[in-house]
Design a protein around this ligand. Structure first.
Ligand code: F6R
Length: 266
């Protein structure tokens, strides 16, 4: 696992956007895994600006969202389908026919989960998965105690996650209790993982993911088994890491000195 510690959220978004842009330039038909929530917003903004400037094209790319609330139709402004349409599909110029979000409004959610797995496999798998991380260490909506072998399925949301996400809804009571989420096994199949975290409220989760024991109590710790996972975090989110000197030295050697950091790529 590579851990990149950068001064602030802007630098985190710059670095992560660069990793996505480099992939799409080398492989225009790349399959992206896209997270929702606050953490990746800066990435999408930078990529959209590069598209607007004619420096990058996602016209041939495909995207799969991580998760969707159960019971919300895509027209609901709180749905992740609406988020992906507003932050990803439109701004990046993706073909809507190649953008997929789990059908959290399906009558048969188990069948919808199986169909989502089949669609990812049919697209050839995910080349690069963008992830955020919950304060409790969840990735996707794989809450603590999730199976490392899990596939796309219905999960109950923890109270903490519902409270954390109440800011997007009118009140806690309006936050759905369940979701349809890619499993940890699904996420681990992505060929590359780029997880971004900003802020002190993510510090414990980031430390657990990168340095803690691999445990279902911190689902993101499964990424320690991934052969190509990068954690891009700001100073506040890095505050509980212990090997910070090592990560900084490795980053300087691998990126900063060669100029392979920041956005846009040269
Ligand atoms: C989003 C997702 C979640 C979020 C996590 C962090 O699709 O699956 O794992 O990445 O809850 O959310 P934010 O970025 O809003 O802090």
């Amino acid at each position: 696992m590579e851990v990149v510690i950068l001064p602030d959220g802007d630098a985190v978004a710059d670095h992560a956007a660069r990793l996505v842009a480099e992939l799409v330039r080398s492989r225009p038909d790349a399959v992206l895994g896209v997270a929702t929530g606050s953490s990746p917003v800066g990435i999408y903004r930078r990529l959209a600006a590069a598209v607007d400037a004619g420096e990058l094209s996602f016209a041939r790319a495909a995207a799969f969202a991580l998760d969707e609330y159960a019971g919300l139709p895509p027209e609901d402004p709180h749905s992740y389908a609406a988020y992906i349409a507003g932050h990803v599909t439109g701004p990046l110029g993706l073909d809507p026919a190649r953008v997929h979000v789990p059908d959290g409004n399906a009558a048969d959610l188990a069948a919808a989960g199986a169909a989502y797995e089949a669609a990812i496999a049919g697209a050839g798998g995910v080349d690069l998965q963008i992830l955020g991380i919950g304060a409790n260490g969840h990735i996707g909506f794989n809450e603590p105690s999730s199976s490392f072998a899990s596939r796309t399925r219905v999960k109950a949301l923890t109270r903490q996650t519902r409270e954390d996400n109440a800011r997007f809804f009118g009140s806690l009571a309006d936050v759905p209790t369940h979701c349809l989420t890619q499993g940890l096994g699904t996420i681990m199949d992505a060929r590359r993982i780029v997880l971004v975290a900003q802020g002190s409220h993510k510090a414990a989760a980031v430390a657990g993911a990168a340095e803690g024991p691999v445990t279902a109590m911190c689902p993101a710790s499964v990424l320690q088994f991934h052969p190509d996972a990068v954690l891009v975090v700001d100073e506040a989110a890095a505050a509980q890491l212990t090997l910070t000197d090592y990560y900084r030295t490795a980053y300087e050697a691998d990126h900063a000195k060669r100029g392979t950091h920041g956005f846009p790529p040269q």
